[in-house]
Design a protein around this ligand. Structure first.
Ligand code: KG4
Ligand code: ZN
Length: 330
């Protein structure tokens, strides 16, 4: 089966082809155009994102077909992100995917972006064994999920305010680093002293997260210390975030007897985070898995794969399927 995935939930226009059988899956292409137009605004501008998707979705899809050496007639299933995300942006990919499925006379399926991230891990690691934990940390979301069985999810905790990647981006903006700032914070932190700056560790009950107090503490620190060193602020901020994530995930892994943790979403590209998780959870015999680099940030291959798995179990979506902006469960 050849599955075309389309992802347009935020500021990446992505199209990719996946060739799948019950035993084998191969990503034939996974082409992503990142919209650079937002960087001068220090954040994603929804109207600009939607217009850029309109311009890019057809050429990126054609490129994905070309790279895969396939044509429109070879597509057996079209999968597109239906939410959560920016409504205008989502509608571009969703409408395009529906129209393409009609034109190609093949089924269409709508995919939850977060389930796409969650299953992105299974593209490289098909057998995680149940139950396992999944931590989704991206620019829009921070979710700790217990995967009890295939398609059987329990959301253990979420952020109460900013998403993890959003906190990285906002701190980067305060430090006058480019957008999106997560990778810049990580780079600078490599040369910084994490003990040189005092920042409070967020205290949140249960498995929920909170990052806005920490972000505000960085703001006050920067205002109070005009000669602050960016690299030390980055190192401290990153350490406090990772301390919090490690603490919550360890508690959940023990409580729910999980032997594996999958980390997905853009922030899973952070090496300091994955190395610490691997080391600290490894001591408890818990294995940490992350998607390979092209699969950690927003991409179409994860949407194609999630669409394929859902299609096998639940069949196609209706062409009336709406987009949705907010995550309210799977
Ligand atoms: O999953 P993603 O591509 O898009 C959303 O669904 O939001 O995640 C993007 C987020 C941004 O906030 C970006 O700053 C963050 O992931 N990010 C990182 C790193 N690479 C990307 N944050 C920290 N360290 C990184 N290396
Ligand atoms: Zn995402």
């Amino acid at each position: 089966m050849i599955v075309l995935g389309i992802e347009t939930s935020c500021d990446e226009t992505s199209a990719g082809l996946l060739q799948v059988t019950r035993k084998h899956k191969e990503i034939l292409s996974n082409i992503t155009a990142s919209q650079l137009a937002h960087s001068k605004f220090g954040g994603v501008v929804p109207e600009i994102a939607a217009r850029a998707h309109i311009r890019l979705v057809v050429p990126i899809t054609k490129l994905a077909l070309e790279v895969s050496k396939k044509s429109f007639g070879d597509i057996d299933l079209v999968a597109a992100t239906r939410g959560p995300g920016l409504l205008g942006a989502l509608l571009v990919g969703l409408s395009f995917a529906k129209a393409l499925s009609l034109a190609c006379r093949c089924p269409f399926i709508g995919v939850n972006h977060l389930e796409g991230h969650l299953l992105s891990i299974n593209l490289d690691h098909p057998d995680l064994g149940y139950p396992y934990l999944s931590l989704i940390i991206s620019g829009g979301h921070t979710e700790l999920i217990l995967v009890r069985k295939k398609f059987d999810y329990q959301i253990l905790g979420s952020t109460l305010d900013d998403a993890c990647g959003e906190a990285f981006d906002k701190v980067a903006k305060m430090l006058k680093l480019p957008y999106p700032g997560g990778p810049y914070v990580e780079q600078l932190a490599l040369q910084g002293e994490d003990e040189a700056v005092g920042l409070p560790v967020p205290k949140v009950d249960g498995y929920n997260f909170s990052f806005s107090g920490l972000k505000t503490a960085v703001l006050y620190y920067v205002k109070k210390h005009p000669r602050y060193r960016k690299r030390d602020v980055c190192a401290r901020f990153q350490k406090v975030v990772v301390d919090l994530l490690v603490q919550k995930v360890t508690k959940a892994a023990v409580e729910f007897s999980c032997r594996r943790l999958g980390i997905a979403g853009g922030v899973s590209a952070n090496r300091y985070l994955t190395e610490r998780m691997t080391r600290e959870l490894g001591r408890l015999g818990i294995e940490v898995v992350v998607p390979s680099i092209g699969l950690s940030t927003d991409n179409a291959a994860m949407i194609a794969y999630c669409g394929y798995e859902r299609f096998l179990k639940f069949g196609p979506s209706s062409l009336n399927l709406p987009a949705f902006a907010r995550f309210e469960g799977f």
